[in-house]
Design a protein around this ligand. Structure first.
Ligand code: ZN
Length: 190
C-alpha cells in the first residue's frame, strides 16, 4: 500500500465510522444509500490496496510461487535451488584423488568444469540494530541487485540495504597417492 492509498483508505474508513455513529432509527433512506455508496468506495479502495492475493508461501521473493509443503518457507522454487546447492556442495567436497586413475573422462568432470557453488550474493537490510538477511541468497549478482532495487522501491523500504558477497574457496583436506603428470594415450592409438 503506498502513501496515497493509505490516506484515501483511512479517510474512507473514518467516514464509515462517522456513518455508524450517526445511525438511528430515524435515519432516512437517502442517507442509507449514501452509506452504501461510501461502503462500496471503501471496499474498492481496500481491494486496490491489498493488490495481489494472499501470499501462498512465506518466501519474500516468491510469495505467489508454487508451494512445497516440506520446505521451511513453503517455497518450491527456493527449495529446489537449496537442494541443488546442497548437492553441489556434497560433490565439491568429494576428494578427487579417491577416483581411480582417469583412463576415461570422469563422469563427475573436473572441478573447473563445474560452476562455483560456493559463490553467493546475500541481500541484507538494516533493521535499526543490525544487518539481517532480507531475501534468498542469489547465485547471480545482477539478480541480487535487482532484488534489492525492487525492495527499495517497495511500499515499506528499510533504512538501508547492502549486498554481501559470500565466497568460500575450495580447500584440499587430504591427498591419497601421488598425482604424477601422465600423458594419456589417445584411445585409437593402440
Ligand atoms: Zn522462493
Amino acid at each position: 500500500m503506498n502513501h496515497a492509498q493509505l490516506t484515501a483508505l483511512g479517510r474512507a474508513l473514518r467516514l464509515l465510522g462517522e456513518h455508524g455513529e450517526a445511525l438511528t432509527a430515524d435515519t432516512p433512506d437517502a442517507r442509507l444509500h449514501e452509506v452504501k455508496a461510501d461502503l462500496r468506495r471503501a471496499l474498492d479502495l481496500l481491494e486496490e490496496s491489498v493488490g495481489a492475493g494472499a501470499p501462498a508461501t512465506r518466501c519474500p521473493e516468491h510469495p505467489q510461487g508454487p508451494v512445497d509443503e516440506s520446505a521451511p518457507d513453503l517455497c518450491l522454487l527456493c527449495e529446489t535451488r537449496r537442494r541443488a546447492a546442497r548437492r553441489s556442495e556434497f560433490q565439491g567436497s568429494r576428494p578427487q584423488a579417491v577416483e581411480p586413475v582417469a583412463t576415461a573422462p570422469s563422469r563427475y568432470g573436473v572441478r573447473a568444469d563445474r560452476p562455483q557453488p560456493q559463490q553467493r550474493w546475500l541481500p541484507e537490510a538494516w533493521n535499526g540494530h543490525e544487518w539481517q538477511l532480507c531475501g534468498t541468497p542469489r547465485r547471480d549478482r545482477r539478480e541480487a541487485e535487482a532484488y534489492l532495487a525492487a525492495q527499495r522501491r517497495g511500499s515499506r523500504p528499510a533504512m538501508a540495504y547492502r549486498l554481501v558477497h559470500e565466497f568460500t574457496d575450495y580447500e584440499v583436506l587430504r591427498i591419497w597417492g601421488t598425482p604424477v603428470q601422465v600423458d594419456i594415450e589417445p584411445m585409437g592409438n593402440l
